[in-house]
Each structure stands twice: as structure tokens, then as C-alpha cells.
Design a protein around this ligand. Structure first.
Ligand SMILES: C[S@@+](CC[C@H](N)C(=O)[O-])C[C@H]1O[C@@H](n2cnc3c(N)ncnc32)[C@H](O)[C@@H]1O
Length: 425
């Protein structure tokens, strides 16, 4: 009788950022082999995540290898990058294969891992050169910065850009865990998006680095991952004290010498430094930042000099570390070409006289302020607007920023919202 043929996905309990995909004629024997590998610790138990019977296991395995080439470890080609979303992709691919016969459920003997008591080796604050105040400050920072982008927001924005922007390019996600430091099975949605779409976008390389310090005071979470067509590898050679910070010399070297496009949602608390570094690098970028940046003195010059413009979408919701939805007003910013900016139709560029009275006023200095995306097309002096017309593309319609600092109007000596001064070119 012909031997049965199987494809399986197996994982070790202590290595949840990886899995192995292989073929066998005997699933039980193969699992025993994995668990008998000498030198493996007792509590690192292999178990099947998925297994199925197929017609020609060699052909299926080869197709998997080819289709997921960027997700195979560069050194050990049998190991695949794992997280829960990618697992679904692996399974969908196998189940959709023309050689797929049926899924096999295997009841695995539940061998509880031994609980080992290990000596407590946590270094003291003093050992780590920290004071209790330092810890408090780090904790505060975590709260402000740990807003994660949802993958649907990334998909919604990126689908607008010409695919040729990405072809054969090195994408650098410099504030992104390819593998979450708290839960190995998760990734930053930026990392995940590019990992999943690596082939579709025809990327040359994806580099993901993440900051170890905020999450992990012992600095063990500082890992970087590099994905290419030939597989992935963990960045293992760190200079001493590498935190994964975007402004660390190693991150800057990757930015300046390797990256073509930087794509991330950087920490809000470091946004000014981040913009500074990214814009100075002269590299392409597509990032998320506060929706009011265009009227903030720290950023106005970049908009004025056309070093940055708005992307397509605003973002109102993020996920906190508990995966709960939190509200904050962000927007995409980029220096990639924008095709026929759809939001420019919200601009109402008309003669001053036709702008409704309630949307135009003069401040105490007799400077005109217009709101609600009304823009006078026959007014030659500078006038003040909010961030919205800038996000809707007014600087692409023959208007320029004329003051590098935010404009704060006073009406009857009462301070009003900040704005930016623009003028017809
Ligand atoms: C707003 S969150 C966004 C995370 C991720 N990029 C995303 O879009 O879901 C900013 C991230 O930057 C990390 N971070 C904080 N300081 C950093 C630094 N100096 N360099 C790199 N990343 C940093 C935070 O830990 C946090 O995970």
C-alpha cells in the first residue's frame, strides 16, 4: 500500500516567534524525533500547530518554500517566521493547494512543562544606574508612546500609492517590533504589513528595529529583524548598549546607508527629533504624526519648503498595549508622490467676497482669518488658516507659507487657536 504523505507546521513551546514547516510520512514519529533532539531542554516541547494529508508532499513543500521565501530563516531554511496572522496565511496557502487532501487533527499527549525555580538574578536599580525617578519617567513615557497602529489603517493608506514606489526598495521600520517583546506572536502592524506584502510590493529588503528600553528596562527586548527574498535573520551583532532607538548610531547607519523608505508611527514624545532626522536623511518616508503638525512651529518649515506633505488619510484610533481602542488625532505624512489628492475637492477657493461672513474675520492686527477650508483667490496679503487646508493640499494649489512660526491671532485681545500664515503665490 502506498505510504500516506503529510505536511505539518510544528512549533517549540519556548520559541513562539518561529515554526517549522515540513513533510513526513509519519506524523507521530516526526514529532517524537523533534522532541528527542538531544540537547533540547525538557520544557521546550514541540507540538503541531497544523497538519494535513496531501497528494505529493514534496511538491507542496517546494511550493511553500518558494511562496514564503522571505519568511524562511536565512541560515536554517526549515524554520519559518511565526506570528498568528502569518500562521493563517500558511494554513490558507496549504489548504488552497491543489494537492491538499484533508486536515488531520492529532491529539497530542499533554506533557506539562516542568516548572523550574531559578535563582533571582534581577539587577538592582543601582546596578542598572537608575534612580526611582528614572523609572517613573520611563513609565510615563510608555503611557504616552504606546499607541499602536491598526493594520487596517496601514492598508487603507498604502493602497493609494503607486506600487513602483516600493519595487526593489529597502523599507526601514525603525520603531517597530517584527516580534512583539511582550508577546512573541504579535508584530507591529507596519512590520506585519510589509512582511505579508513583501512579494506583492517586490521589496528588496525590510528592516525592522524596535526600542528595547521603554518596554524592557533590562534591555533584552532590543531585537532587529531583516527580511530579504532569501529569508530572514535576527540582527544579532549589536554595539554595546544598543537600545534600538531611532537616533542610535546603528539605526542612523541603517537609515543613511541602507534604507530607501522609512515607514512607521514614531513615538509621539520624540516626534520633533524623528522628523528632524528623517527629513535630514533625504530618504523617502511615510509616517504617522499629530494632525496639527502643519501649524506647529517645529514643523512649519518642512511644509513651507515642500520637504513633506500630507498623505491621504487621517487616523483617529489606535490600540493601546491591552489592544483596546484609544482615540488620538493623527495623520499620514510623506514625501512620496500623491496622485490627484482626493481631499483637494474639500478646498473652497473663491473670491473673498463670496466667503460666508461666519467663516472670515479679521484679528486685532487686521490679519484675515478664514475657516472651514474657505480660501480667497483674490486676496494678495498673507492670511491665516488652520491645519486642515494644508492637509487638503492648499500648498499644491498656488499658495505658500509665509511665516515660519505659528500664527496666534487675538480678537478683542482674546487669544484664538493657532494657525499658519499663507499667501497666494
Ligand atoms: C506610537 S508607538 C507606535 C508603534 C508602532 N510603530 C506602531 O505603529 O504600532 C511608538 C513606538 O516607538 C517606541 N519608541 C519609543 N522611543 C523610541 C525610540 N527612541 N526609538 C525607537 N522607538 C521608540 C515605543 O516603545 C512605541 O512602541
Amino acid at each position: 500500500m502506498d505510504e500516506k504523505e503529510f505536511i505539518y507546521i510544528v512549533q517549540a513551546s519556548l520559541e513562539t516567534a518561529k515554526c517549522k514547516i515540513g513533510k513526513t510520512n509519519n506524523l507521530e514519529r516526526r514529532l517524537k524525533e523533534y522532541n528527542n533532539i538531544t540537547g533540547k531542554s525538557n520544557d521546550n516541547i514541540y507540538h503541531y500547530l497544523f497538519s494535513c494529508e496531501v497528494k505529493n508532499m514534496l511538491a507542496v513543500e517546494n511550493d511553500i518554500k518558494h511562496n514564503f521565501s522571505n519568511l524562511r530563516e536565512e541560515k536554517n531554511r526549515e524554520i519559518y517566521f511565526y506570528n498568528s496572522t502569518l500562521f493563517n496565511d500558511y494554513v490558507d496557502y496549504i489548504k488552497g493547494h491543489k494537492m491538499f487532501k484533508k486536515e488531520i487533527f492529532i491529539k497530542i499527549e499533554n506533557k506539562e512543562p516542568e516548572v523550574k525555580i531559578i535563582e533571582k538574578t534581577t539587577p538592582s536599580l543601582k546596578d542598572r544606574g537608575l534612580s526611582p525617578k528614572d523609572l517613573l519617567q520611563k513609565a510615563k513615557k510608555v503611557n504616552n508612546d504606546e499607541f499602536y497602529t491598526r493594520i487596517e489603517d496601514i492598508e487603507k493608506e498604502l493602497e493609494n500609492y503607486d506600487k513602483r514606489n516600493w519595487k526593489n526598495k529597502v523599507v526601514f521600520c525603525n520603531c517597530d517590533d517584527a516580534v512583539d517583546s511582550e508577546d512573541d506572536r504579535n508584530s507591529s502592524a507596519f512590520s506585519l504589513y510589509f512582511i505579508k506584502n513583501f512579494k506583492k510590493l517586490d521589496l528588496k529588503k525590510l528592516i525592522c528595529t524596535h526600542y528595547g528600553e521603554a518596554h524592557d528596562l533590562f534591555n533584552q527586548g532590543t531585537k532587529g529583524y531583516v527580511f530579504t527574498k532569501d529569508g530572514y535573520k535576527v540582527i544579532t551583532e549589536y554595539p554595546n548598549g544598543f537600545t534600538g532607538s531611532f537616533d542610535h548610531p546603528l539605526s542612523l547607519k541603517i537609515l543613511n546607508e541602507e534604507a530607501d523608505i522609512v515607514c512607521t508611527n514614531p513615538p509621539f514624545s520624540r516626534a520633533i527629533d524623528f522628523w528632524n532626522i528623517i527629513i535630514r536623511s533625504g530618504k523617502k518616508f511615510l509616517i504617522i504624526s499629530n494632525i496639527t503638525n502643519a501649524i506647529n512651529t517645529a514643523y512649519i518649515s518642512y511644509f513651507k519648503d515642500k520637504k513633506v506633505w500630507a498623505g491621504y488619510n487621517r487616523i483617529d484610533y489606535y490600540l493601546n498595549p491591552k489592544k483596546q481602542l484609544v482615540e488620538a488625532s493623527g495623520h499620514w505624512y510623506t514625501n512620496l508622490p500623491i496622485k490627484n489628492r482626493p481631499k483637494s475637492k474639500h478646498l473652497k477657493i473663491i473670491p473673498l467676497q463670496e466667503i460666508p461672513e461666519k467663516h472670515k474675520q479679521y484679528d486685532d492686527k487686521r490679519t484675515l482669518i478664514v475657516d472651514n477650508c474657505y480660501i480667497p483667490n483674490d486676496y494678495v496679503k498673507p492670511f491665516a488658516i488652520s491645519a486642515r487646508p494644508i492637509l487638503n493640499g492648499i500648498l499644491e494649489e498656488g499658495y505658500k507659507i509665509v511665516q515660519l512660526t505659528q500664527y496666534i491671532p487675538y480678537i478683542n485681545k482674546e487669544r484664538k487657536f493657532s494657525r499658519v500664515l499663507i499667501q497666494k503665490e
